[in-house]
Design a protein around this ligand. Structure first.
Ligand SMILES: [Zn+2]
Ligand SMILES: [Zn+2]
Length: 169
């Protein structure tokens, strides 16, 4: 996601991008993006300060951790941060989430890393197809969202088992 700073006009500058995950520096092969990642950006330049607002939209194919079925989600993430040219030389802490310093001589902007961070924050570690997903039967593997199986899934208390064994003898 490259933007030439020299081409920016004072005031509003609009951009749209349709990119692959790789263009946004996402190299995680466990993430299955379905369509190009669409980003709409408005860069408002005021002197050495550029306010970035916009939205990134992506579709991701997950596998549900409960029922193991694939499902797709669409996410739309609002973006908002500020780029500031003229990084002070004695600047120590450069880890502000909103304010990003640019070198005075910077001519090209690559916002891919920033957008990547926004995207990765939204991706669940344990995706679930729906909150009510019943998952798979631990015994026969039936997808319980589709149909009930005949297994008795109650866990038998081992103490009752011992009693039952005594009774049967
Ligand atoms: Zn599920
Ligand atoms: Zn079962």
């Amino acid at each position: 996601m490259h933007i030439d700073i020299r081409d920016l006009q004072e005031g509003e500058n609009e951009f749209t991008f349709e990119e692959s995950p790789e263009a946004l520096h996402i190299h995680d092969e466990t993430l299955h993006f379905v369509l190009p990642i669409k980003t709409r950006l408005s860069l408002y330049k005021l002197g050495a300060s550029i306010t970035v607002k916009g939205e990134t939209v992506f579709h991701l194919r997950h596998e549900c951790v409960r029922c193991l079925q694939p499902f797709e989600v669409k996410e739309a993430i609002p973006l908002h941060f500020v780029l500031q040219q003229g990084r002070p030389e004695d600047l120590e802490d450069d880890s502000d989430e909103i304010l990003i310093w640019l070198d005075n001589k910077a001519e090209q902007l690559d916002l891919g890393t920033e957008i990547k961070d926004y995207i990765l924050l939204e991706i669940p570690v344990k995706p679930i197809c729906k909150e009510s997903c019943a998952g798979l039967c631990a015994q026969c593997g039936e997808n319980l969202n589709v149909q009930q199986c005949d297994c008795t899934n109650e866990k038998i208390d081992p103490r009752w088992e011992a009693l039952r064994a005594l009774k049967d003898t």
